[in-house]
Design a binder for this molecule. Structure first.
Ligand SMILES: Nc1ncnc2c1ncn2[C@@H]1O[C@H](COP(=O)(O)OP(=O)(O)OP(=O)(O)O)[C@@H](O)[C@H]1O
Length: 220
């Protein structure tokens, strides 16, 4: 399976363009790091790829076809802010059951304690909640996992625990992983290649990157 952004353009409402003519593609089994300075549109791009936002220009394709909106999406996004990703009115057990991810071995590997399952999201810390988001994203139908600064808010032990579990699953199931990060050491350790959004976005950045008209960039 191939995930592709084709001539993607996006702006929030009538605001300035955030992304323009962005071309990007990745295959299942690849681990790609998405890097670039703050505010350059990394989170926006992953939200577009996961279907959370609709493009203003261009399209997102899965195996050359537009993504189907019905059913569970094969492209899963793990947010920086887990509290925004989980229904506040559901207990955690229900959150996992709904995604079909109530799997003991995953819960154990992520250090999810049994007692947390009876709690509501507001009764968990950010790090505890993020473990549930990771568990939920690894359901059977996942082919691409987009991790947006997933571990920034966690202590190093929890970070290592979550990355170990995730990388194990990604490898075992040949999932494609796109990870947004400011941490180059993490990108080098986890990824098979990196993409710098500053170089593939045809917006306002041309002078900054020293490119003149005709400079070839945009396709990764
Ligand atoms: N909901 C929104 N409405 C309007 N503008 C937004 C919205 N979300 C983000 N932006 C703007 O879009 C631009 C890109 O934001 P985005 O979060 O995608 O960047 P980023 O590269 O992920 O940044 P960071 O590395 O700091 O997380 C920023 O200028 C931001 O202020």
């Amino acid at each position: 399976m191939r995930l592709e952004a084709k001539n993607l353009g996006f702006r929030y409402g009538n605001g300035p363009w955030i992304l323009r003519d962005v071309n990007f593609s990745m295959e299942e089994g690849e681990r790609v790091g998405l890097v670039g300075p703050s505010g350059y549109g990394k989170s926006t791009l992953v939200k577009l790829l996961a279907g959370y936002l609709a493009p203003c220009e261009g399209e997102v394709l899965l195996d050359k076809k537009p993504m189907v909106k019905k059913g569970v999406c094969p492209v899963q996004l793990i947010y920086q802010h887990p509290e925004k990703a989980i229904n506040p009115r559901w207990r955690m057990k229900k959150v996992l059951e709904e995604s079909g991810m109530y799997r003991e071995e995953v819960l154990d590997a992520l250090g999810i304690e049994k007692e947390w399952l009876e709690r509501y999201p507001r009764e968990l810390s950010g790090g505890e909640l993020q473990r549930f988001c990771v568990a939920r994203s690894l359901f059977e139908g996942t082919h691409f996992l987009l991790a947006d600064e997933m571990s920034t808010m966690l202590d190093v032990i929890t970070q290592a625990q979550i990355w170990n579990l995730m990388l194990g699953e990604v490898e075992k199931r040949n999932i494609g992983l796109l990870t947004v990060t400011h941490n180059m050491a993490l990108a080098e350790q986890v990824c098979t290649r990196t993409v710098n959004l500053a170089l593939v976005n045809h917006i306002k950045r041309a002078e900054e990157s020293g490119c003149k008209d005709g400079c070839e960039y945009g396709t990764v």
